[in-house]
Design a protein around this ligand. Structure first.
Ligand code: DGJ
Length: 747
């Protein structure tokens, strides 16, 4: 049984790892263990440990599975509430547990029910185990269980009124205490998303968060912790970290070896990850919706379900962590209808034509795209309303009659006749003040009375918490998809939320807007997907501003960044790949020199970078010479031959672009019979020879035949897996921004 209990402790055992909690004698639910699976139940810690330090109450130091604020507890809680009599102290104790051998997702599931000792508050903790992947999904359901009867029970402490939730996280994850940790996370900005950061933690909190109403480019709701020290090459003593006198520092964590505790949150609104190290070298990670400016008011009988978060442990380093997260997304996160389909090679018009789209010009681009082997032709911004630039049109979702006098029909037919699918860009959450929609419904946007409505990119945000706004979006999207045979939607969001007012709502519910907006967005996507099951969906937010496990339950793929420069992309895509699957990562080949930084690179280099995810082309094909068209056609064909490996195989990051002048990525299929290798040379310096590239994940006993461009291989075309891994593969690369792709097939 992957989930079992000995009456006191609850064991969640995956193939390699275990997560153990217990109900203490005082009925608190204590976290006991998270790490490698151990042979005997007696190997795992026993419950009822009481850490004791002077000037501390042991109860405040017990690692609780779902700490609520109350008593002498000073570390970050998961839950902070206020009862209607003003009481703000919460005491949650165990009430009951249920083990479901299979839940609605087909996985083993543990539910722990907690109850407040005096007030009508209940909390259900949910644990869904993915045994084969060694990961656990957690969420909490917080209920106000006051009833009409309890309202009459005068003389008790029960208050039948509202409960205000001021902080309600999805989970608290405890790491083994007594060891300093290093936090790996993703930081960035528009055009530079998902940059890897390693921070050494000492006492206090590191907060990763978004207060922008969306996932954000600036931070991402994913994190990983590793034993500190050699992993980041830091001298702990010199850094003055909270190393107690008995440290077990553990092995350094690398790409393929070492301990990693990691997790991510399935939420696209304001989120928060608090990583806290107490003065007693206890480290905990709290994950959930952001408490900033958020209060949820639960009336009697109401409940709130947090978004799910997922976490796992591996001893196989960051590589194993990423492969597990990718597999989890392919099997359990991406919309099931299309999760198993290979993503089509797409063309997108944005960089070629910006807002100036029209029927003739798009047909011409479609002709060229089809010659390259493109499978999906996407018309980006500019096709609707009075949209000539970003100052007008958002909200008026009718086809622009000057640009498309015959509607979208002839273009879609043309694209379909060329054998491609047709896709369209939309930005449904937004409105330009210069639009008919805003003139009709100025009250539909987020705003506070008598305060300015701050514009960004000349647009305001529609309040998706409002049912009439959601209905408007559903209606126009439904019409668009019903009246036109559209196969793909790119859903964009080009600003973050400000003045999050909801004046029509009773004041006690107005601060729920941060959550209701996100839930409203999900409702609309879910409904549209249900009504139009064959359509593929891409999430975009000014590039990679909305990439998270919540949107990936609805979107088949995401636009990774507006920065399409291939060299910059190596870094953005590397960080992305730590947390998210290459199948969902769209990468375009665009024009050179790049519009953003004027860096020039070869067509082959641009393709090789984009081919390490879901390939797209975003260049102005009218400017490509016949020779470039021919080269691109061959590269698209090569991508189609290897995309099953990139999109569904196991990714090995052989050499990080951060490590020096070289980067290498390898994708291997499940049975290790096929692989593809991409090597990128940033710049050949001081005539150093390119070192052999050591491959991974191959079968040592097999012999592989290698296929690549003429003149690239320095050795034979047949090499054993053992030699490829032990001795490496020597390749010829030269100059600046050179690249090579090698296919490997077992004989
Ligand atoms: C931002 C997106 O990231 C771009 O790809 C493009 O769709 C523009 N918006 C259009 O306004």
């Amino acid at each position: 049984m992957p989930i079992r209990s000995d009456g006191k402790r609850y064991f969640l055992e995956g193939n390699q790892t275990a997560y153990v909690l217990a109900v203490r004698n005082d009925k608190l639910v204590e976290h006991l263990y998270w790490g490698p699976k151990l042979p005997l139940d007696t190997d795992y810690p026993q419950a009822d440990r009481n850490p004791s330090f002077a000037f501390e109450n042991p109860q405040g130091l017990i690692p609780l599975e779902y700490p609520a604020w109350g008593g002498l507890r000073f570390s970050e809680p998961c839950l902070k509430v206020e009862f209607s009599n003003g009481c703000r102290d919460t005491r949650l104790v165990f009430e009951e547990a249920a083990i479901l051998p299979r839940d609605e997702a087909g996985q083993p599931h543990l539910v722990i029910r907690l109850a407040d000792t005096a007030y009508p508050l209940r909390v259900e903790l949910h644990y869904r185990l993915y045994e084969a992947l060694d990961i656990v999904e957690r969420w909490a359901v917080v209920s106000n269980v006051a009833t009409a009867e309890s309202a009459g029970s005068a003389g008790t402490a029960l208050e039948p009124g509202v409960i205000r939730l001021e902080q309600v996280f999805s989970a608290c994850w405890h790491l083994p205490a007594g060891t300093p940790y290093c936090l790996t996370h993703l930081a960035g900005r528009w055009g530079g998303e998902t940059q890897l950061r390693h921070d050494l933690l000492s006492e206090g909190k590191k907060v990763l968060e978004s207060r922008r109403g969306a996932t954000s480019h600036q931070a991402n709701p994913w994190s990983a912790l590793t034993p500190a020290g050699a992993a980041v090459g830091i001298d702990l003593a010199a850094a003055g970290t909270p190393v107690p006198p008995w440290p077990e520092l553990g092995r350094p964590t690398g790409e393929e070896d070492g301990a990693v505790w990691y997790g991510a949150l399935a939420w696209s609104g304001n989120w928060k990850i608090v990583v806290e190290t107490t003065p007693y070298a206890q480290t905990q990670v709290l994950t959930g919706i952001n408490d900033f400016d958020t209060v949820i008011t639960l009336m009697p009988g109401e409940k709130f379900t947090t978004p799910a978060c997922v976490a796992g442990y591996t001893e196989g380093g960051f590589g194993s962590m990423s492969r597990t997260l990718h597999r989890y997304q392919l099997r359990h996160v991406l919309p099931p209808a299309s999760a198993r389909q290979l993503r089509p090679v797409l063309y997108n018009s944005w960089e070629a034509t910006h807002f100036a789209v029209n029927e003739q010009q798009q047909m011409k681009l479609a002709d060229k795209a089809a010659q390259l082997g493109v499978e999906l032709f996407v018309v980006d911004d500019g096709w609707f309303g009075r949209r000539q630039n970003d100052r007008a049109g958002l909200g008026d979702w009718y086809v622009n009659p000057e640009k498309f006098p015959r509607g979208l029909g002839p273009l879609i037919d043309h694209v379909h006749r060329l054998g491609m699918k047709f896709g369209l860009w939309v930005e449904p959450e937004m409105v330009n003040p210069d639009s008919d929609l805003y003139r009709q419904h100025p009250d539909w946007v987020l705003h506070f009375p008598a305060r300015p409505r701050t514009e960004s990119r000349y647009q305001l945000v529609l309040n998706l918490a409002r049912p009439d706004v959601r209905q408007f979006i559903l209606d126009f999207m439904d019409r668009l998809l019903s009246e036109n045979p559209i196969d793909f939607i790119k859903w964009d969001m080009n600003r973050h939320l400000s003045e999050p007012g909801w004046p029509d709502e009773p004041p006690e519910h107005q601060r729920e807007i941060w959550i209701r907006y996100g839930e409203g967005l999900y409702q609309v996507w879910d409904e549209l997907r249900a009504r139009h099951p064959k359509v593929l969906w891409e999430s975009c937010s000014g590039g990679g501003g909305r990439v998270d496990l919540g949107i990936l339950r609805r979107a088949d793929q995401v636009w990774t960044s507006d920065n399409t420069d291939p060299f910059d992309r190596l870094f953005i895509q590397e960080g992305y790949s730590y947390a998210y699957s290459p199948k969902a990562m769209v990468s375009w080949v665009t024009d050179s020199p790049h519009w953003g930084n004027q860096r020039a690179s070869s067509l082959r280099y641009r393709f090789h970078v984009a081919m390490s995810g879901t390939l797209g082309i975003g260049a102005n094909l009218n400017h490509w010479s016949p020779a470039e068209m021919e080269e691109a056609r061959a590269l698209v064909a090569q991508y189609k031959a290897i995309r099953h490996l990139v999109q569904e195989g196991n990714l090995y990051r052989l050499i990080s672009p951060r490590a020096g002048e070289l980067a290498a990525l390898q994708y291997v299929n499940e049975d290790a019979k096929e692989a593809v290798l991409f090597v990128y040379l940033h710049s050949r310096k001081r005539l150093w020879p390119v070192p052999p590239i050591h491959l991974r994940g191959l079968s040592p006993e097999r012999v592989y035949s290698l296929e690549t461009e003429e003149g690239r291989l320095q050795g034979p075309r047949r090499i054993s897996g053992r030699a490829l891994m032990a001795c490496g593969l020597s390749l010829n690369l030269q100059g600046d921004f050179d690249s090579v792709m090698v296919r490997l097939k077992a004989e």
